[in-house]
Design a protein around this ligand. Structure first.
Ligand code: FAD
Length: 353
């Protein structure tokens, strides 16, 4: 069992960790990435088989090296995984796999990490564990007693096991729309939503969204108003499978149900409907369980200013979405967060040496 020390440790081996490592390897700081997966690719390895990016490859790149052009307009999940694996090789990024970080402590001077491969110590710690390990399934009365198949979009792979079944898809976001589009080709589907789904115009993809979100970010930074409601990042992007579903006329929804029975659901109007399977496309929370031991979490969250933890200097959270840096949960957006985090770490370590 190891008991090694580094200046910086990064927990998680997805795109956010790699972006941080890219900037760290240009410094004289020692660092290591600890990732609990067997292979490179982070959460993309868990995603459903047909998932593609929302943006062309030139809008989906980590610092330093552009993602190679895709065979299709939007890179596939496997193309993203290959890119991340090749990126690690190209920049000789130091990663250990599989190493799960179970708990983190701070003794006033440095961090101590209890992992599946022994104890590690470091002066600065970056948590870049993404959201995928923390799927949210709402607390619906009767959920425990439902006897059909239930799965979260985090664990959905393809519709092979759903052929000919009655399937309820829950959730009005992109995951819900894309999984509905796929499953509706082989099964009878109903789409349950809390809020009416909002669709982007067909010609708007992730590239346009990123440009608009950037314009909004810069306007707000300089104290100006910017109305981009119609281009919200949460709205549904009309990827080809969703356009096809619209053409097949299957994008119908019902306002969500009030409770569940052993065989299905009870809708708000009191009627019941049976389903063989329910797919929860109801989002994720940041996967921060390994930091609970620090005793600084409130409501399962850690407060940060950009990526810097407010309660504990030396701890940084990268890639968890706008809360930890504008567009940081995207390939193109995480560079900025990663660069500023490494600059902050250099400053922090100057004052702690
Ligand atoms: P992850 O990729 O989740 O990597 C975190 C890694 O840390 C994983 O390997 C995980 O196993 C590991 N880990 C977790 N806990 C521990 C621990 N305790 N110890 C050790 N290792 C641990 N992004 C885009 O840029 N463009 C898109 O078009 C796009 N489309 C998307 C569509 C959908 C439907 C979804 C759900 C996401 C999409 N994303 C897109 C977002 C993207 O998938 C994630 O935001 C991205 O994977 C986050 O990268 P990350 O490195 O922060 O985390």
């Amino acid at each position: 069992m190891t008991m090694e020390a580094f200046d910086v440790i990064i927990i998680g081996g997805g795109q956010s960790a790699l972006a941080c490592a890219y900037f760290l390897r240009r410094t004289d700081l020692s660092y290591i990435i600890l990732d609990d997966q067997l292979y490179a690719g982070g959460a993309w390895q868990q995603a459903w088989d047909s998932l593609t990016l929302f943006s062309p490859s030139e809008y989906s790149s980590l610092p330093g090296w552009m993602m190679p052009k895709s065979q299709s307009k939007f890179p596939t999940k496997n193309e993203v995984i290959s890119y991340l694996a090749a990126y690690e090789e190209r920049y000789k990024i130091q990663v250990r796999r599989p190493v799960e970080v179970n708990a983190v402590y701070h003794n006033g001077l440095e961090f101590e990490l209890n992992t599946s491969a022994g104890t590690y110590r470091c002066k600065a710690l970056i948590s870049a564990t993404g959201n995928w390990n923390h799927p949210i399934i709402p607390d619906v009365p009767g959920k425990e007693g439902y006897q059909g198949t239930q799965l979260h979009s985090a664990h959905y792979k393809n519709a092979n096991d759903l052929i000919g079944k009655r399937v309820l898809i829950v959730g009005n976001g992109n995951s819900g729309a894309q999984i509905l589009a796929e499953v509706s080709k082989v099964a009878t589907t109903v789409w349950a939503v809390q809020k009416e789904p909002e669709y982007l115009p067909d010609e708007v993809d992730g590239r346009v969204l990123f440009d608009i979100a950037s314009a909004k970010y810069h306007a707000l930074q300089s104290g100006k108003d910017f109305d981009a409601k119609q281009y919200s990042l949460g709205n549904i992007v009309m990827v080809p499978s969703v356009v096809d579903a619209r053409e097949r006329d299957v994008l119908h929804y019902r306002k969500t149900f009030q409770s569940m029975t052993p065989t299905g659901v009870i809708w708000e109007d009191g009627t019941t409907q049976d389903f063989d399977a329910i797919i929860w496309c109801t989002g994720f929370n940041p996967a921060l369980d390994h930091l609970k031991s620090l005793g600084i979490m409130k409501d399962q969250q850690i407060e940060t200013t950009e990526t810097k933890c407010n309660a504990l200097p030396g701890l940084y959270l990268v890639g968890y979405g706008n809360k930890t840096g504008f567009a940081s949960a995207t390939l193109i957006g995480v560079s900025r967060s990663a660069r500023s985090t490494v600059n902050d770490i250099i400053e922090h370590l100057k004052h702690t040496k």
